[in-house]
Design a protein around this ligand. Structure first.
Ligand code: UT7
Length: 342
């Protein structure tokens, strides 16, 4: 039986570049600190006319074009995001409207930086259940809208962008998604979080239904405290390395593939030191790890599909090549997937 494969990839990066030297003028930081601690040199920032759904739709359009499919062929659109411009409707429904994909149903998936792998895992299951289905999987973020630009601990890390792929059944039996493993641990949520705005009913928060109601609490949550990314960087760093290493070991063991047989490893792009650490622990040739964090920073759910599209367009993936992708993000969520490129 043929397996699900990636039929096409696409990406969309806003043109506006925010360099480390620009950040030096905004917060107490330096190009040297950011580059040496994170590997990031610059990131992209979406303009007012580049909402999450718009860059998501453009990435999707490109993936469809590469796959040689029409938007009418799409059965499902999934968008992995934590920074859609609206809570309702979903970003995926806005993408559907933008593309005119009238035969698809659409929904979002929130698994933070692991969102693309979670969505791809779901697409894999859809296509295994019905090989005629064509699924558009997008990871898209405009985290610049959810960043506290006065907090140097976080504002230097994130960027905007979108990446996409189309999943369908392979035309042969050898290639396709071989194994996927996903994990989460909600008990560690406080180490990496972002409130909705506001996420708690301030009346109930003040003593419950029985207690006195303090109206002064309404609106007291500032933008910076309330709805921006909060992270305990050092702890996240440690968990990220160990969790991705474990997930990689698990998928390789279950699929009986040796690390040395991999052609390419595309990890979530959060920090070059995390990737160097991972490379050391795995004892994998660094040339096999795709890295673009220096150009885009951490684009959360978009980072893997952007890197995948770049690697694909650079010709780094040929038929039969073994590709491994791994992610780690808020939740905590993490996972890994291995596939044989079609
Ligand atoms: O997407 C998935 C989740 N995210 C991640 O995977 C991120 C994981 N964590 C990290 O990448 C790193 O922990 C960071 C890059 C966030 C921070 O690097 P670090 O080596 O862990 O630095 P730190 O937080 O221990 O801070 C060291 C010092 C502190 O100063 P003191 O207390 O030693 O005086 C910070 O205040 O660096 C200071 N600092 C900065 N200095 C200049 C923090 N941010 C900055 C900055 N510029 N932007």
């Amino acid at each position: 039986m043929s397996k699900p494969v990636i039929l096409g990839t696409g990406s969309c990066l806003p043109e506006r570049v925010l360099a480390n030297t620009d950040l030096e003028k905004m917060v107490d930081t330096s190009d040297e600190w950011i580059a040496s601690r994170t590997g990031i040199r610059e990131r992209r920032i979406a303009g007012n006319n580049q909402k999450t759904s718009m860059i998501a739709a453009e990435a999707g359009r490109q993936a469809m074009k590469m796959a040689g499919l029409s938007v009418f062929d799409l059965d499902v659109i999934m968008v992995a995001t934590i920074s859609s411009e609206m809570t309702m409707p979903s970003c995926a429904c806005l993408v559907q409207k933008e593309l005119g994909a009238v035969n698809a149903y659409a929904f979002d998936l929130n698994a933070a930086c692991s969102g693309f792998l979670y969505s791809l895992d779901l697409a894999d299951k859809f296509v295994r259940a019905d090989p005629t289905k064509k699924i558009l999987v997008i990871g898209a973020e405009t985290l610049s809208s959810r960043t506290n630009w006065q907090d140097r601990n976080t504002c230097v890390l994130f960027g905007d962008g979108a990446g996409a792929c189309v999943v369908g059944a392979a035309d042969n039996e050898q290639n396709g998604i071989l194994c996927s493993k996903l994990f989460s641990d909600g008990s560690l949520w406080e180490l990496l979080s972002m409130n909705a705005a506001p996420s708690m009913n301030p009346y109930l928060d003040n003593g419950g239904l029985e207690g006195p109601v303090d109206f002064s609490r309404l609106g007291s949550q500032t933008e910076s405290e309330g709805s921006c990314i909060h992270m305990v960087g050092k702890d996240v760093f440690k968990y990220a390395v160990r969790a991705m290493e474990d997930a990689i070991d698990t998928v390789l063991t279950e699929s009986h593939i040796s690390l040395h047989d991999l052609k390419l490893l595309i990890p979530h792009q959060a920090n070059i030191r995390i990737l160097n650490n991972l490379a050391e622990r795995l004892d994998i040739d660094r040339e096999k790890i795709y890295i673009n964090v220096q150009k885009y920073g951490n684009t959360s759910a978009a980072s893997i599909p952007i890197a995948l599209d770049e690697a694909n367009r650079e010709g780094r993936l040929q038929q039969g090549d073994l590709l491994l992708m791994c992610a780690f993000g808020g939740g905590f969520t993490w996972g890994a997937m291995v596939m044989s490129w079609q």
